[in-house]
Design a protein around this ligand. Structure first.
Ligand SMILES: NC(=O)c1ccc[n+]([C@@H]2O[C@H](COP(=O)([O-])OP(=O)(O)OC[C@H]3O[C@@H](n4cnc5c(N)ncnc54)[C@H](O)[C@@H]3O)[C@@H](O)[C@H]2O)c1
Length: 387
């Protein structure tokens, strides 16, 4: 079997996402399975060059995983021969400058979302990539999650009939950091450091919605900083300047309405940390990261409103679990599945659909939601198909 090596620069290798999801669960897993199999049978095997700002952390990670190449100098990494792809999992506010350097160095780009903090920057990056003939890809991991793959099946099979509405609930309680340490990095709660739940989550909602239900025509959002004071990694008290909850209403082409709640200040009374409840003329579904339950029209109960007596009906029992049907190995890690997809597109010279322009649409939705919240009005989104 032919083997082809592909050099990948991994910037932000010690971060929460960079290390766990991208390095360990994706790139090292791909290396350990012998690479990605291409259409012609060639196996594409990654060679990794880790980049970060902390030498000690990088050395430890490299040694732990049998890697030999790492540096704290991005310019040196970009100049090193044999690395064709630049991957960025840095904090959001460093992304544009670094990707810009990588485009100039002639690398293909793969990056975490959001691609920038502002639409202007996101579009500028998309334009620069286009003009330089750069292949680019942006993380859209949620679409590769088992629950959303099942939802894709339901949509493609026409299960819903006409989709009327989608109610998305995302969130959990993130500790303030005083008594119990926070389970997210503190920069997430400071807008001056690129934080905020809108910037973090609306790029996800954009690709989930536009890929499954259609183009978003307009957005209305209310944001909040419910917890104004938090404690950071060093147990120092700081002012939370970024939004930590957002309540959005989006109208889609075709008329469906999406309500999307995102919150780091809610206690979970759901089966999963994100759930989408989709109602269509022919059926409904409740989908999480893993699970999916459906209720077709023919099996819909006929509730009658009567507040005078306790309702004995077990509504949850009316729903049917959608089976995995994922083969003997089950579902793969979502980040890894997308890496494989991106690498195969790149190696085979195919256009990758979720590129920096698609990433810019995600940034635009976030920006529009923030504008909507600040100005108290609905924001229209025209089609954005060109940088
Ligand atoms: N796809 C997803 O589901 C998902 C989930 C969470 C975060 N993210 C995105 O991933 C990115 C990283 O988030 P995270 O939660 O891993 O954050 P993190 O704080 O854990 O990691 C950030 C990385 O940036 C590096 N960094 C920070 N400041 C730096 C500086 N001044 N100079 C050089 N490097 C610096 C850190 O060393 C670390 O490697 C963000 O853009 C975030 O939006 C994506």
């Amino acid at each position: 079997m032919t083997e082809r090596r592909i050099g990948i620069i991994v910037n932000g290798a010690s971060g929460r996402m960079g290390y766990r999801q991208h390095l360990v669960r994706s790139l090292l897993a791909i290396r350990d399975q012998g690479g990605v199999e291409l259409a012609d049978g060639t196996r594409l095997v990654p060679d990794l060059l880790l980049v970060g700002r902390n030498e000690e952390k990088l050395r430890t990670i490299a040694e732990r995983h049998g890697l030999t190449e790492w540096t704290t100098d991005l310019d040196a990494a970009l100049a090193a021969p044999g690395y064709e792809i630049y991957f960025d999992a840095l904090v959001t506010n460093l992304r544009v400058a670094n990707i810009r350097k990588a485009i100039a160095a002639g690398k293909a780009i793969y990056t975490e979302k959001p691609t920038a903090e502002t639409l202007e920057d996101a579009l500028a990056l998309a334009r620069e990539a286009r003009d330089a003939g750069t292949v680019s890809g942006v993380v859209r991991d949620k679409l590769y999650l088992p629950g959303l793959l099942k939802l894709r099946r339901l949509v493609d099979s026409g299960f819903f009939g006409r989709v009327l509405s989608v109610r998305g609930e995302f969130g959990y309680w993130v500790f303030e950091g005083d008594g119990q340490s926070a389970q997210r990095p503190s920069w997430n709660y400071r807008s001056e450091d690129g934080g905020g739940i809108v910037a973090d989550m609306f790029p996800h909602w954009n690709y989930v919605i536009e890929n499954l239900f259609g183009r978003i025509q307009d957005v209305y959002a209310q944001t909040a900083t419910h917890i104004p004071e938090r404690w950071d990694e060093q147990h120092r008290r700081y002012t939370a300047t970024a939004d930590d909850a957002a309540y959005g209403v989006l109208r889609l082409e075709g008329g469906a309405i999406v309500q999307m709640n995102s919150s780091w200040d809610t206690r979970v009374h759901r089966d999963e940390l994100v759930e989408f409840h989709v109602d269509g003329t022919r059926g409904s579904a409740v989908v999480g990261l893993w699970g999916a339950r459906i209720q077709p029209r023919e099996a819909t109960p006929r509730p009658v409103w009567n507040p005078d007596v306790p309702d004995p009906h077990d509504y949850r029992a009316d729903w049917q679990e959608v089976p995995d049907n994922a083969g003997p190995d089950g579902f793969d890690n979502a980040f890894k599945a997308q890496w494989e997809d991106f690498l195969a597109h790149w190696a085979e010279g195919r256009t990758y659909p979720y590129d920096l322009l698609a990433g810019a649409r995600g940034v635009r939705l976030a920006e529009a939601a923030l504008t909507s919240a600040a100005e108290g009005r609905r924001i229209t989104l025209e089609p954005l198909t060109e940088a």
